[in-house]
Design a protein around this ligand. Structure first.
Ligand code: NDP
Length: 371
């Protein structure tokens, strides 16, 4: 675990490092990695062909010019057929969850991208690492701190890269918020309000089952609020207090929370109020600084994001988040053999520690120290 100071420097390089070739030393190039320097496009295999894989990542893989959809891993044979046809994927690059480990022998696949329900991330990252494949994993990285630590260790020992799909790190409005707040363009940040929630549909879905999701809206979308408070301040929180909201829908919310609120203090004295819910459509980031304010709303969904400061509208290009993310990650990997450090497994682990701290604070009613 880096010290507070080094974590702070790490976060402070984030807004400048995003999209550039800046690499900090938290992930060192491993000499045993297969060299891909002269390779034109990296082959990516998506694991779990659900809505995010289908509607966002597959689209990105047709738009990015340095990677492509080389393989798929699915438990649904009809999807295997449909995707093979649509994306021209050869049979030898199609796996299910049982024979997935054979991917070790497949030279077409450089990176395995895990897009499964949260509690399955751990198993599949470990199996991908064992197969010698670099791994991208969706947020939240895992359902516990211990799992996240094991995932990082497994990838390190196998000499493969591990990245978390923090798409907003590559998104222009978000990068501008990072720049304005971390560089104190509007003065010191003293308060952040961050909310993300939506009205959840199908009561049978995995997001409402703790054994698959690890938790409720906090794990799913509250993680964006935690990320935002960290990239706005460029710091790590000192402590957290939290409260579960009332359960108004007793049939849906039997194992995960319906809503949750939390408060954190950061070393530069910024206070953060966070709220996440599966019963309210809400999505905002508000940053209050000594000499002004910044607001993004929508702040975290696929966009277009919209922003204003006390000086007027924020004008930033509207991009497809997943395309710019994959393009940037693959560019850095092709050039340096490493994934960007600001979206590394270690970054995912920092969020996991905070998410678990929020749950502990809500469960116990106590103020939980995070340092
Ligand atoms: P979906 O439910 O749409 O898809 C999950 C897929 O996982 C299924 O379609 C299925 O694919 C596979 N799967 C394997 N076992 C199970 C199981 N027991 N129950 C359900 N599905 C199973 O989920 P999403 O695509 O929305 O989310 C997947 C991951 O991506 C999550 O970790 C989520 O947090 C993350 N995500 C990230 C987003 C972002 O913006 N970064 C946005 C949305 C999600 P198959 O039929 O191929 O086996």
């Amino acid at each position: 675990m880096p010290t507070n100071h080094s974590r702070r420097s790490f976060l402070q390089t984030l807004s400048l490092g995003v999209g550039s070739t800046l690499v900090t030393s938290s992930i060192l190039a491993n000499k045993n990695l297969p060299l891909v320097k002269n390779q034109k496009k990296l082959g990516i295999a998506l694991v779990g062909l659900g809505s995010y894989a289908k509607n966002q990542l597959a689209v990105a893989l047709t738009q990015a010019d340095n990677c492509y959809l080389a393989g798929i891993v699915t438990g649904t044979s009809s999807k295997a057929e449909e995707w093979a046809k649509k994306y021209n994927i050869p049979q030898k690059n199609i796996y299910n969850y049982q024979n997935f480990d054979q991917i070790a022998n497949n030279k077409d696949i450089d990176i395995v991208y895990i897009v499964l329900p949260n509690s399955m991330h751990h198993e599949f990252v470990l199996r991908a690492a064992k197969a010698g494949k670099h791994v991208m994993c969706e947020k939240p990285m895992s359902v516990s701190v211990k799992q996240a630590e094991e995932m990082i260790k497994a990838c390190k020992e196998a000499g493969v890269q591990l990245g978390i799909g923090y798409r907003l790190h590559f998104e222009p409005f978000t990068k501008e918020v990072m720049r304005l707040s971390q560089q104190k363009v509007l003065g010191d940040v003293h308060f952040v309000q961050t909310n993300f929630g939506f009205n959840i549909g199908d009561p049978a879905q995995w997001r409402l089952k703790k054994e698959l999701a690890g938790g409720g809206p906090l794990m799913d979308v509250g993680i964006y609020c935690v990320q935002a408070s960290r990239y706005v301040t460029g710091e790590e929180p000192l402590w957290v207090t939290a409260q579960f909201g009332p359960v108004t829908d007793k049939e849906r919310f039997t194992t995960v929370e319906e809503s949750i609120s939390w408060q954190m203090q950061f070393p530069g004295n910024a206070m953060v109020n966070g709220f996440s819910s599966y019963k309210s459509n809400i999505e905002q980031l508000y940053v209050s600084a000594n000499n002004g304010w910044i607001q993004l709303s929508p702040a975290y969904s696929y966009g277009p994001l919209k922003g204003r400061t006390n000086q007027g509208e924020m004008n930033q290009p509207v991009v497809h988040h997943q395309t710019v993310m994959l393009q940037a990650i693959c560019k850095e990997f092709i050039e340096t053999n490493t994934f960007p450090s600001h979206t590394s497994g270690e970054e995912g682990l920092r969020d996991m520690r905070i998410l678990m701290g929020i749950y502990e604070a809500a469960r116990t009613g106590k103020k939980i120290n995070l340092v």
